[in-house]
Each structure stands twice: as C-alpha cells, then as structure tokens.
Design a protein around this ligand. Structure first.
Ligand code: DP6
Length: 328
C-alpha cells in the first residue's frame, strides 16, 4: 500500500464540547462550534505494510525524531486497531508525526493529531471516505473535538440523537476566507494538562452540567448566526459565557477541577480593559490555563500589544481561520 501524508489543524471552540452521553461512541451532550487554527497543525505520514511491528515515530519541537511510548502510543494503536478491524487489514503500520507548534502549550494538539492520524490511516489504505464519514471516524478516535478539524474554516459538530452515532458528525458552515478573525493564544502555563479532558468529561455530572445544557443548542444557533453575520460582539458574548459555563461545571465536579491560574485572570481582566477602549476582544479557555483571545484581524496588532504587556504571558501564538485536514 502507499505512503500518504496529511496535514490537519488544531481548532478553538466557541461553543464547547464537554461531557458525553456515550463514552464508547464519543457522543456529546451538546453540539459545538469551532474555528480551525491555520498556524497550528500536525503533519502525519502513514503507511500500511509487511513490517515486523507497528512503528510510531514523533518529532517534538527542537528535538530529534523519537519512538512514541506509553499511553500516547496505546491511544494511537487503538485507532490503528479499530481501522484494521473495520477494513480487514492484517498489516502493520508505520506512522511519523510532527506538530508545527510547541507541545504542552494547552493548544489542542490532540485535535490536530487525531484528525491527521485518522485521515492518514484511511487514505493510506486507499479508502477515500466522504468528509462526513471521515468526521465520524475521527470522532471515534477518542479525541471528540478532533472531528471538527476535518472540515474547513468554521465548523459545527452536530451532537446527533441516534444511539449508533451516525448523525453525530462535523460540517463546515463557512470557509476560512469568510471572516478575518484572529485567535491570539496567551500561553500562561506550559505544563501538561492537570486533568485530562477525558477525565473532565466523565466528571461532568452535576446540577451545573444540567444548567449548562439548558439553552445550549440555542447558543449553538446564536453562534452560527454570529459567524454568518460576522458579528464579533454577538460571537464574543456567547463565547465568553460558554467558557465560563464549562469552567463552572469543572469547578463543581467531584473532585473539583480548576484549570485556571492567576495569570488566566490577569489576561481576562486585560481583555475586558481592551474592550472598554472600544476594541472588541473576547476570551475563551479550553481544558487548561491558557487564554485564547478572539478579535478581528484589523485589531490584532493593538490587542497583541496590550496582551504582551501582561506579566506572566510567556508566549503568544496567532492563528487565523484555517483549512481542514488535507492530503499533501
Ligand atoms: C475543552 O475530548 O476532544 O477542548 O482529546 O484532549 O483534545 P482532547 O479533548 P476532547 O475534549 C475537548 C474539550 C475542550 C472543548 C472543545 O474543544 O470543544
């Protein structure tokens, strides 16, 4: 079989996926909406063949290529095994993967990694799935949010209602060129995630979660409308409420999960100050302390200057709306 290479982006969610109605099929309680991050990608090559064993090589920034081991390796093998069973492949696989952004910055490297991996494994087997099917297969890789990295630009992951998950897929609502948005990632913590998203999903069972889910599909519609109308105030308002709602659920989980640190608050405060000067900028945080600041590209420079001054911002990474997973 042939060797293929896929590049796939990370994505930032405006309406977030948190908690599952089915753990095995990775079915979310709610639909979610995101934007691909053009500057944060994973490039993965895959080849099925008569190799002695599966070989998974990774290259981290400023390091040489190394063999993946431990739990990360098991997660990749699990995806390969599932595809082997599904397609009736007996062969082993050779995988090489590299991110173009620093690891452990709280950017969703698993979304870019698992979308690139899933697409590369299917394409290497000569199976060109439809985009919809590819998002479903990627969802099943374990990193649910990765399914939103397959379509281009601005993307919705439909929660679906069926028990078999066949209607829980992702689709593009606008191409990357639709809206010149910026995501300025303020890195305030470079450590690994304190509590994995997987653990977070399973702890998301409390009355605050029930409250979060009330009206969330309305928020999804509002976000889609804001994107369509390129209405930054509307998008920003929902995005901030969404992040606060997710982190409230985390803090009220048992045991509680606190993803933020004091620098997270500092950045949130500065974002509010920037806004009080009449510049639309809004914050959102995933399962980590780092803050994604959403603004329009025309204001990127000014927002950036303000954020760089914040004591404790170790690094900033700028991303614009990006393409989805693709063969190169
Ligand atoms: C907070 O289960 O997709 O980023 O596999 O660790 O990337 P990873 O997480 P996943 O949960 C993502 C949770 C989130 C919100 C979101 O991206 O929707």
């Amino acid at each position: 079989m042939k060797k293929v290479t896929v590049v796939s982006p990370a994505n930032i969610a405006f309406v977030k996926y948190w908690g599952r109605r089915d753990d095995a099929l990775i079915l979310p309680h709610n639909s979610s909406v995101s934007m691909n991050m053009d500057s944060c990608t994973t490039t993965t090559s895959a080849e099925w063949g008569e190799f002695e064993e599966d070989q998974i090589m990774v290259k981290y920034q400023n390091k040489s290529v190394e063999e993946l081991t431990g739990i990360p390796r098991e997660k990749v093998i699990k995806v390969a095994d599932r595809i082997r069973t599904e397609l009736g492949i007996k062969q082993r696989v050779k995988i090489e993967s590299e991110n173009n952004f620093p690891e452990a910055t709280g950017i969703a490297s698993s979304a870019s990694a698992f979308s690139a991996l899933t697409k590369a494994l299917y394409e290497a087997a000569g199976e060109s799935l439809s985009e919809k099917e590819m998002t479903i297969e990627t969802r099943l890789s374990g990193s649910g949010s990765a399914c939103r990295s397959i379509p281009r630009g601005f993307v919705v992951w439909n929660k679906g209602q069926k028990n078999d998950g066949s209607d829980s897929y992702a689709y593009s609502i606008a191409p990357p060129t639709h809206w010149a948005l910026s995501d300025i990632v303020c890195v305030v913590d470079v450590g690994n995630k304190k509590v994995s998203s997987a653990e977070g999903h399973s702890r998301a069972k409390n009355p605050y979660m029930d409250a979060r889910l009330i009206g969330i599909e309305e928020r999804v519609k509002e976000t889609m409308a804001a994107i369509e109308a390129k209405d930054i105030e509307k998008l920003g308002r929902v995005t901030e409420i969404e992040a606060l709602s997710l982190h409230t659920v985390c803090m009220m989980s048992e045991p509680p999960i606190f993803y933020w640190n004091n620098k997270t608050f500092l950045v949130m405060e500065v974002v509010k100050q920037i806004r009080s000067q009449g510049i639309p900028a809004y914050y959102t945080m995933d399962a980590g302390a780092n803050v994604h600041v959403i603004t329009e590209q025309q204001n990127e420079k000014t927002v950036m200057e303000n954020l760089k001054k914040v004591n404790g911002v170790l690094q900033t990474i700028i991303a614009h709306p990006g393409e989805g997973a693709r063969l190169i």
